[in-house]
Design a protein around this ligand. Structure first.
Ligand SMILES: NC(=O)c1ccc[n+]([C@@H]2O[C@H](COP(=O)([O-])OP(=O)(O)OC[C@H]3O[C@@H](n4cnc5c(N)ncnc54)[C@H](OP(=O)(O)O)[C@@H]3O)[C@@H](O)[C@H]2O)c1
Length: 302
């Protein structure tokens, strides 16, 4: 099997199945390719696996060197496994797409729509570590959780009209939308116009379009949709963007420093053993996440 060009072995079998799910991994390097010098067998590493490769619900995974990073020393593997996918996604959305970084965030006003799940709890911590002012929307019963990560202002989206409540606040420099749908209709009006302010949504029709129309037509449809929306909002002085998960060892290196400095904590809501994978997925399907669900593949002494 050519792991590099066809990691799912689709050419040989004509099918993506059996498909191994799971994007986050924390474990130990078993072997390295000849050109890998940054890692060696025995190193403790973490990574977020690209969607075109087999996933992490397995004893072994094969990754490229640039997708892997040394895991934070302060965390157990179980704790570390709660971070890479949300970290890589938030990094891609906020840094690569949103243009924020540790040097330009001080005093910036950020709104995170849907802040109590995996993405939101990581995003609050990253943006607070960079000294932003963070407003979030979540259910009332998640207020204590998000405040614990430093959220400055919390809006309960279940108690009354969330749009009306946000309208009363000072406008924002960046909005990270983890909810999508109706939110897109009003959220962009809460950005500071003509200031470079951006709305970045993680809820996009990209996968829906490719599933429905096939890869070529789906991508064409996606391109037309994003182009039309971006242009419409640009005329009003704000930027409309889509954010996507992008695997990145270097981004995880930076996150590791924040974790080791005590500025970012893992949020493990519940842990399951490997035989309990079906129950873990049932739990995730029910929604109302408060952080991450982690599956422990191998018994390790932590
Ligand atoms: N584009 C990409 O590459 C990419 C990558 C990763 C994730 N995503 C997307 O990003 C979104 C968030 O991911 P996640 O992993 O954080 O999901 P999650 O862990 O399931 O968390 C979702 C959170 O949103 C809350 N919520 C639901 N409806 C809400 C609303 N109307 N307003 C405010 N909060 C609401 C839920 O709690 P309550 O229901 O109890 O309020 C839950 O805590 C998902 O739609 C996911 O598909 C996209």
């Amino acid at each position: 099997m050519n792991m590099r060009r066809d990691p799912l072995n689709i050419k040989a079998t004509g099918s993506e199945f059996p498909l191994i799910l799971g994007r986050d991994v924390s474990g130990v390097v078993m072997e390295c390719g000849l050109n890998v010098s940054y890692f060696k067998p025995g190193d403790e590493v973490w990574a977020a696996i690209p969607p075109w490769k087999q996933g992490s619900l397995a004893e072994f995974v094969v990754l490229s060197g640039n997708e892997v990073s040394h895991k934070p020393k302060a965390l157990s593997h179980t704790q570390a496994a709660a971070i890479p996918y949300v970290a890589a996604t938030v990094w891609s959305a906020v840094v690569n797409t949103g243009g924020l970084n540790k040097d330009n965030c001080t005093g910036k006003r950020i709104l995170i729509i849907g802040a109590s799940g995996g993405i939101g709890t990581f995003a609050i911590q990253l943006l607070k570590a960079w000294d932003s002012h963070v407003t979030v929307t979540c259910s009332q019963n998640a207020e204590q959780l998000v405040r614990g990560f430093g959220a400055d202002h919390v809006v309960d989206y279940r108690a009354g009209d969330v749009e009306a409540k946000l309208k009363t606040l000072e406008k924002f420099d960046l909005i990270l939308d983890n909810v999508g749908g109706e939110t897109e209709k009003w959220a962009l009006s809460f950005l500071k116009p003509w200031s470079g302010a951006k709305y970045v949504t993680l809820v996009t029709p990209f996968l829906l379009n490719t599933d429905r129309l096939g890869v070529a037509d789906g991508m064409l449809q996606t391109g037309v949709t994003i182009g039309t929306k971006a242009l419409r909002h640009l005329c009003k002085g704000v930027h409309y963007r889509w954010g996507f998960f992008a695997p990145s060892g270097p981004a995880l290196d930076e996150v590791r420093e924040l974790v080791d400095a005590g500025k970012i904590r893992p949020v493990v809501e519940q842990q399951f053993s490997f035989p309990e994978v079906p129950q873990a997925f049932e739990k995730v399907e029910k929604g109302h996440a408060r952080g991450k669900t982690v599956i422990s593949i191998a018994e390790v002494s932590e």
